[in-house]
Design a protein. Structure first.
Length: 250
């Protein structure tokens, strides 16, 4: 993925609901995507924007491409950005939330843990668990980096409570349905994403009162590592302005 002819490269999800919602939103802003070459290919353009090349790639690959500077702009979830890029703010600018793809990254414990309401309670429970079982609490998750930073006391957003560190735990990487791990006996609690909370409830889990790690949604993101020309910067500003105009009409 190289900028050989001076195009601004915009990476968008290659399939699924995120691709459909991204395409629909841009079209509402007068920016219609269309494939170039094979209809099943992974390159495209925006009608009326000759200086823009579309790269259709997986959501997780978009985060890596933004970090490395292979693409100028990308649409993906903030959760994937902050999970994939440890120092995300040094590598990317989150330009505009897009109003879809909402998912909260959360800490959830079994509902019968009646004395565990907060991360401070969780640390106390972890100490007791270590004392009685000679082992650390197991946390099942696909979000290993976000989990480690959160339990080290890092918080995203200005409205979060003061950091509370959790130390007596170990991560069990989840490769399936994370919410089923406590019932299966492979972990005591989980860090996962949720949209409605219904799946958590169905599995006898609840979110800690201060256990929302990150409120994520699909976001237009700019790479700080990419090489930007004056023309590409102007095109970025035009795209952002058009998207903001869409939301102004809602």
């Amino acid at each position: 993925m190289t900028d050989t002819i001076g195009n601004l490269i915009l990476a968008v999800p290659s399939k699924g609901r995120l691709m459909e919602d991204t395409s629909a939103l841009f079209a509402r802003g007068g920016m219609t995507f269309r494939k170039t070459g094979n209809e099943r290919g992974y390159r495209g353009e925006i009608a009326g924007f000759p200086g823009v090349e579309i790269a259709f790639v997986s959501a997780s690959e978009i985060a890596q491409s933004l970090k490395s500077g292979k693409v100028h702009l990308g649409v993906t979830g903030e959760d994937l950005i902050r999970e994939t890029i440890a120092d995300a703010d040094a590598h990317v600018d989150l330009l505009a939330p897009l109003g879809f793809g909402h998912a909260d990254v959360i800490v959830a414990v079994p509902d019968f843990w009646i004395d565990v309401e907060t991360t401070a309670d969780l640390e106390e429970a972890a100490v007791l668990y270590r004392h009685h079982h000679g082992a650390r609490l197991r946390v099942a998750t696909k979000y290993t980096n976000l989990t480690r930073r959160f339990f080290a006391g890092h918080r995203y957003g200005k409205t979060q409570r003061a950091p509370v560190a959790v130390t007596m735990y170990r991560i069990v990487e989840s490769h399936g349905a994370t919410e089923g791990a406590p019932a299966a006996g492979t972990a005591e609690l989980i860090v996962d994403i949720t949209s409605t909370g219904s799946t958590l409830k169905a599995n006898g889990l609840r979110i800690l009162s201060d256990g929302v790690i990150l409120k994520s949604e699909a976001t237009l993101i700019a790479s700080k590592s990419a090489v930007w020309s004056t023309a590409q910067k102007a095109t970025q500003a035009d795209i952002v302005q058009r998207l903001r105009a869409v939301f102004a009409k809602v």
